[in-house]
Write a protein that binds this ligand. Structure first.
Ligand SMILES: Nc1ncnc2c1ncn2[C@@H]1O[C@H](COP(=O)(O)OP(=O)(O)O)[C@@H](O)[C@H]1O
Ligand SMILES: [Mg+2]
Length: 315
């Protein structure tokens, strides 16, 4: 451990990124199911909350947990934070990390998580306008985004407070994704087993591969590891079977196929709405949806926790 990460002798929180440049494949849904599942299972969370970060300017995660407000100009900003009522800016978003890079402040701020209806789930919301600025940062400044994000995520205080951090990302290549891949410890790629998506998955693995290699060469940081490809919205059709088989039989990519999958079930979409009760599929005891969701959550969690040693202890 000390050879791999000489500057991280202290525990580091696992940072799990859900990513795929394709939209509508389940990045937001599966990251929510993951967070809710971990929050629901004491043997996984050991009493610590999980933190979800919304890195998508479309802000589906932020809306899901009702942490947004719409400005007069129609853009989405986080709602006021009860702990920031005395401040000039009364809200916090993930962009607080990059206020220096986009020239808003001299120094960045540490994002302040929002509590949610679930005591074991905290969320750091998106900020549409600031994210647009972050995405306009010149190429040679992009490394600063990753650097600020890593500094915050590797803080031992964060590992003390949270059992894990989950990053929900946007469906396009951008500086936000680059920052996330430069600071996550584990990645998974949800995909729908259909022709275009399978091709996309292969280029996604190559893209993540560049970061994995870069991070391995950075002797002073924890590595990034690809946990795998998660088939989502699976239907029992020939098309879906065929496309899962293409990956299963692939000489390079087969090892990344996760041995769990999520079917296309209305419960996943229904729980996108916070007003539904229950608002999480793992609470639907003894149903197929709860069983497969828990299987996914436990598989991913156990896989991440294998690295507890290099993370300096994990949860
Ligand atoms: N396994 C599933 N079964 C049914 N609907 C799903 C499933 N996964 C995602 N959805 C629905 O598909 C849509 C897109 O999913 P989402 O998670 O928002 O994708 P992304 O974040 O990759 O753009 C949402 O309306 C969501 O409710
Ligand atoms: Mg999304």
């Amino acid at each position: 451990m000390s050879v791999l990460i000489p500057f991280y002798p202290h525990p580091v929180v696992p940072v799990i990124i859900s990513f795929n440049y394709k939209g509508g494949v389940g990045k937001t849904t599966t990251s929510r199911v993951l967070a809710q599942g971990v929050a629901d299972l004491p043997e996984l969370n050991k009493g610590k909350p999980i933190l979800i970060v919304d890195l998508d300017p479309q802000a589906n995660t932020t809306r899901r947990w009702q942490l947004h407000r719409i400005n007069e100009d129609g853009s989405l900003v986080p709602k006021d934070h009860p702990a920031l009522m005395e401040d000039d800016v009364k809200h916090s978003s993930i962009c607080d990390l990059w206020l220096d890079v986009i020239g808003v402040r001299e120094k960045p701020l540490v994002p302040v998580p929002y509590e949610t209806s679930n005591p074991l789930i905290h969320v750091i919301p998106a900020h549409e306008e600031l994210m647009a600025e972050v995405m306009r940062v010149p190429r040679d400044e992009v490394v600063k985004l990753g650097r600020n994000m890593r500094k915050w995520l590797r803080d031992p205080a964060l590992a003390e407070q949270y059992c894990a951090v989950v990053l929900d990302t946007q469906p396009s290549k951008s500086s936000l994704i680059d920052a996330a891949l430069a600071s996550a410890t584990h990645a998974y790629i949800p995909f729908v087993p259909e022709p275009q998506s399978v091709d996309g998955v292969m280029s996604m693995i190559m893209y993540a591969g560049r970061y994995i290699k870069e991070r391995r060469e950075q002797q002073n940081d924890v590595p990034l590891r690809l946990v795998g490809l998660l088939p989502n919205m699976v239907q029992r059709t020939r098309l879906h079977n065929q496309h899962i088989k293409i990956i299963r039989d692939h000489e390079v990519f087969s090892k990344y196929l996760m041995p769990v999958k999520l079917h296309k079930l209305i419960g996943y979409a229904e729980t996108d709405d916070w007003r539904n009760s229950p608002d999480q599929v793992t609470a639907l005891d003894n149903t197929n949806i709860a069983l497969e969701a828990k299987k996914f959550v436990k598989y991913l969690w156990n896989d991440v926790m294998q690295d507890a040693e290099i993370l300096g202890g994990g949860a």
